[in-house]
Ligand binder design. Structure first.
Ligand SMILES: Nc1ncnc2c1ncn2[C@@H]1O[C@H](COP(=O)(O)OP(=O)(O)O)[C@@H](O)[C@H]1O
Ligand SMILES: O=C(O)C1=C[C@@H](OP(=O)(O)O)[C@@H](O)[C@H](O)C1
Ligand SMILES: [Mg+2]
Length: 180
């Protein structure tokens, strides 16, 4: 029996390192919904890591794979989906996410993201001499797009994951009772 009853799909968006995969997995456990991560799904389908896809095929082809994967996952019901940070760049993805579920924007500070991702080589866009300025550029382009489709914006800075998830779940329950 899940601890929490929530109707519908929930989609997590936000920059790399904002916690989409981590929060999504726990939210799925608490709600009894099935967890998907668009990056994991792309890796499962191709049999290679995201970095390898970027190396061999380049970002445009990765974005195509991401679009196809998100279009398919959005047809499912009762899921929690952690998207990749750049998924919202494609208008089709923004439209599909808005249409098929509740969109949660995990908003993180660049300092926190840098601390969380500094030892991790799995994000090709951050393998640069100056990841801070890269993240600043990405934030400038993407923050308006995350906001455009978000039903809930939640600040993730200065708190551990458990506190964050508790706050998020309270927000989701109150959103659900309002829209009923
Ligand atoms: N609120 C948080 N506070 C501290 N660390 C976090 C928080 N959210 C995520 N992390 C850590 O940051 C790293 C990146 O998280 P991840 O869930 O992979 O982010 P995303 O999927 O958004 O790129 C992981 O090591 C995770 O444990
Ligand atoms: O921001 C981006 O463009 C990307 C974010 C990554 O996912 P996370 O946001 O889960 O790290 C992954 O999809 C890929 O490396 C590109
Ligand atoms: Mg992720």
């Amino acid at each position: 029996m899940p601890a929490m009853e929530l109707a519908g799909n929930f989609f997590l968006v936000g920059l790399m390192g904002s916690g989409k995969t981590t929060v999504g997995r726990t939210l799925a456990r608490h709600t009894g919904k099935t967890f998907y991560d668009s990056d994991h799904e792309i890796e499962r389908r191709t049999g290679v890591r995201i970095t390898t896809i970027f190396d061999i095929e380049g970002e445009p082809k990765f974005r195509e794979r991401e679009r196809d994967t998100i279009a398919e996952l959005c047809q499912l019901q009762g899921i929690i989906l952690a998207t990749g940070g750049g998924a919202i760049l494609a208008p089709e993805n923004r439209q599909a996410l808005r249409k098929h579920g509740t969109v949660i924007y995990l908003r993180a500070q660049i300092d926190d993201i840098l601390a969380r991702t500094q030892h991790d080589k799995s994000r090709p866009l951050l393998q640069t001499a100056d990841p801070r300025s890269k993240l600043e550029q990405l934030f400038a382009v993407r923050d308006p797009l995350y906001r455009e489709i978000a039903d809930i914006v939640i600040d993730t800075s200065h708190q551990n994951v458990n506190v964050l998830i508790h706050r998020l779940e309270q927000r989701l329950l109150s959103l659900q009772s309002k829209t009923r």
